[in-house]
Design a protein around this ligand. Sequence first.
Ligand SMILES: NC(=O)c1ccc[n+]([C@@H]2O[C@H](COP(=O)([O-])OP(=O)(O)OC[C@H]3O[C@@H](n4cnc5c(N)ncnc54)[C@H](O)[C@@H]3O)[C@@H](O)[C@H]2O)c1
Length: 251
Amino acid sequence: MARLTDKTAVITGAAQGIGATFARAFAAEGANVVSADILDSADVVSEIRAAGGNAIGVKTDITDQNSVSAMLAQTEAEFGPVEILLNNAAIFANLQLKPLTELSELEWDTMMQVNVKGLWLVTKTVLVSMRKVGRGKVINISSGTVHKGPPGQLHYVASKGAVIAMSRSMARELAGDNICVNTISPGLTMSEGVLANPGWEPFRKSLLTAKMIQRDMQPHDLVGTALFLATEDSDFVTGQSINVDGGVQLT
Ligand SMILES: NC(=O)c1ccc[n+]([C@@H]2O[C@H](COP(=O)([O-])OP(=O)(O)OC[C@H]3O[C@@H](n4cnc5c(N)ncnc54)[C@H](O)[C@@H]3O)[C@@H](O)[C@H]2O)c1
């Protein structure tokens, strides 16, 4: 029996990469999937529908309240209230790595707008919908960089540290609403965007030997944990952060 039948799941940043993998997997488990991405989600939506699943794409800028509210209105009109929110959208794969002294204020502010403010805006908006159902699962995507502290991406690491901190506070604040909030921290994952950016190659190589499981991590390696956190199997798990990274050693 599919584990997410008739549940509506909003997945941000699902037009491509890890988000698209989540979207396909959640739809295969019976969820009504909404891809909320600033990019066009037509490809992933067609794939899901061709496989017999339910999905829509709603062009959304997660930093803009009007855009996020319009996404929720369209979602509820199509599928009813939302029970699962997977906050996956972020500035990541296209990052140009550089020393902290070379980061501009604009780069810093944009990172915080999307990765921190955007996650909060979507969560606070979708919450209204979850309260109608009387339960909910929020899954926030952070990053293993928070624990490892790699150079060249200070603004990104700071933003993903905030995601872990916010998840814990959200979990405490929303437990009374029967809403669980947890974080997944992936290691470097071979999404299309990462594969297209040669800047990640040195990290990929050094991480291969730093991992207990010495192979590249693929987007599908994250699916089992996300599904666990989306289903009733995790109903007593909240405020937690799970590293999915093949056992990276934190040296
Ligand atoms: N790939 C990795 O190695 C890795 C490792 C750790 C964490 N992560 C995290 O996993 C998630 C997905 O990573 P990915 O590799 O697929 O990255 P990606 O950059 O390919 O995908 C991010 C998605 O977010 C969307 N997005 C960006 N700004 C947006 C906005 N303002 N509104 C709506 N959507 C917006 C993009 O269009 C894109 O589809 C991100 O949160 C990333 O930080 C990735």
